[in-house]
Design a protein around this ligand. Structure first.
Ligand code: KG4
Ligand code: ZN
Length: 337
């Protein structure tokens, strides 16, 4: 079973092939350059770029693997959450292929796919807890199986990556700033600036990073370049500590969970990775994280999650709807006949 995955939820265009649970090949085209001059993603520009890039990328991917369109057995596409125009560009392309090739179509939840991505590299275990930490989302899930996710908490305002990106902007770093903050932090003292641990003094599993974002921006704009490493290290520390507190609380509520999955761009952060690992070692649970390229937005995770859903007996029809950020993704997969 050869599954094509398409990812167009935000500003990266991705196409990938997965066969029998293993990655065959993938291509990713970042639009970061096109958006950098605006300091963030411009939705209109993103949809147009997806439309322009998808066809040539699919051609290139098939050609370099000596495959033809008719070799595809399944089309998997990100159906949300994301920017509506970007999602529609991917969904329309996927439907066109499914219709023309008379092959099944499956719509994939981008956040679930982030968590499942590690399955391309290691064995997945269930039940588990899952932390999605990206530029647009901060969510915590109970994972009962590859097709059954229960959301336990979410960002009430800004996502964790947004705090990194705006803090970076305040000290003149280009968008997206997370990776550069992480690098600068290696040379800094994390105890220099006492940033607030965001929204931990409560009983719930929701997140709020707008307070940390504001504190970091207000601090950052007044600093001299020699203070940037300390600033970045302090920010890393506040984020990692907050995520660990919430993860710990989730395990207290669901002690039977066997592992913690962490994924999304911010899971590439070295301190976040180290702190979560320490926490899991202490509680004798597994930490399941994709390698860094699979943490970021990519189509391999969409192809993989799509194949898991199809193998579990599900598919979508051509009525598949793209669901933008902020709207609940319906549980509308249909059982295959
Ligand atoms: O998952 P992703 O590629 O895209 C979505 O938002 O869906 O995540 C991008 C986010 C950006 O906010 C970026 O600054 C952040 O991940 N990021 C990092 C690191 N690498 C990327 N944040 C902290 N440390 C990193 N090493
Ligand atoms: Zn993502």
């Amino acid at each position: 079973m050869l599954c094509l995955g398409l990812e167009t939820s935000c500003d990266d265009t991705g196409v990938a092939l997965v066969r029998g649970g293993a990655l065959v090949d993938s291509l990713l085209s970042s639009q970061a350059d096109a958006h950098a001059i605006f300091g963030g993603v411009v939705p209109e520009l993103a949809s147009r770029e997806h439309g322009r890039r998808l066809g040539p990328m699919l051609d290139a991917l098939l050609e370099r693997n000596n495959l033809l369109l008719r070799d595809l057995d399944l089309i998997a596409v990100t159906r949300g959450p994301g920017l509506l125009g970007s999602l529609l560009a991917g969904a329309a392309f996927a439907k066109g292929l499914a219709l023309a090739l008379e092959k099944p179509l499956i719509g994939v939840n981008h956040l679930h796919a982030h968590l499942l991505a590690a399955g391309l590299e290691q064995e997945l275990v269930f039940p588990a807890l899952g932390l999605v930490i990206s530029g647009g989302h901060t969510e915590i899930y109970l994972l009962e199986s590859p097709e059954r996710f229960i959301r336990l908490g979410r960002a009430l305002d800004d996502a964790v990556g947004e705090a990194f990106d705006k803090a970076g902007k305040a000290i003149g770093l280009p968008y997206p700033a997370g990776r550069q903050i992480d690098e600068l932090a290696t040379r800094g003292n994390p105890k220099t600036f006492a940033f607030p641990l965001a929204y931990v003094h409560n009983e719930n599993l929701d997140f709020s990073f707008s307070g940390l974002k504001t504190a970091a921006v207000n601090c950052g704009v007044n600093l001299k370049p020699e203070q940037y490493p300390d600033f970045c290290a302090s920010l890393n520390r506040a984020v990692a500590a907050t995520l660990c507190r919430k993860a710990q609380r989730a395990f207290a509520a669901h002690p039977y969970a066997r592992a913690l999955y962490a994924a999304g761009g911010v899971a590439a952060n070295s301190l976040v990775r180290a702190r979560l690992q320490k926490l899991m070692d202490k509680s004798k649970k597994r930490l399941i994280m994709p390698s860094i390229p699979l943490c970021m937005d990519n189509a391999a995770m969409i192809a993989y999650a799509g194949s898991l859903l199809y193998d579990a007996g599900y598919e979508h029809g051509l009525e598949l709807e793209a669901i933008p950020r902020g709207r609940k993704i319906p549980d509308d997969m249909r059982k295959r006949r």
